[in-house]
Design a protein around this ligand. Sequence first.
Ligand SMILES: Nc1ncnc2c1ncn2[C@@H]1O[C@H](COP(=O)(O)OP(=O)(O)O)[C@@H](O)[C@H]1O
Ligand SMILES: [Mg+2]
Length: 220
Amino acid sequence: MAALLRFEGVSKRYSAGAREVVALDGVDLTIDAGELVALVGRSGSGKSTLLHLAGGLDTADSGRVLLDKRDVGSLSIAERSKLRRREIGFVFQFFHLIPTLTVVENVELPLLLDGAKRGDRGRELIERVGIGPRADHLPGELSGGELQRAAIARALVARPRLLLADEPTGNLDSANGEEVLQLLRDEVRTEGTALLMVTHDADATVRADRSHTLTDGHIS
Ligand SMILES: Nc1ncnc2c1ncn2[C@@H]1O[C@H](COP(=O)(O)OP(=O)(O)O)[C@@H](O)[C@H]1O
Ligand SMILES: [Mg+2]
């Protein structure tokens, strides 16, 4: 399979006042289409930073991030945002659903922003993730597990080639977590999506094709 996402010697530093933090230190990583890769590591080890760079939400200080051979860091802001809308799905740790929109409106939002037809995929995905009866409710009326499912449906709606998930089972009990994981696996298999998933969940790691550990910005 061809490399969909490739990190080549990627470093990222943050300065917090006088203090400098090395969040990523020379990270090399390749993920192919159709692969599910788990990323583990202690809090502060650089996991979220790595996801942000993979998704073009931030840029590296040195090294390159390639998405299907395109150097994400060299794209303009407008090009990166188009790339995110069309090719990348995010499942954020804290959902980031818009509170004044219903579940189905939230899920269909990526399509609307891109001027695409809404079609049936939004509602189909809402059914598939098991929250069909919640489609016309507001996020404030949903449980944590239901919000997580809604966020996953939204991430999948535009059929992304790369799916980035920060603790997608973190808010779920083990039965629900298992179900969500199965759903993500199915998507990877049927659509050939590449999935990079940050997790603390041992079950999730076991079900991945591969797992990597971040330690103070170093990957192994
Ligand atoms: N915007 C930021 N400004 C300053 N420091 C940051 C910022 N984002 C992350 N960091 C620091 O970079 C390191 C890695 O953070 P992060 O990628 O969020 O780790 P993780 O997701 O593994 O907990 C931490 O030391 C964190 O405090
Ligand atoms: Mg994090």
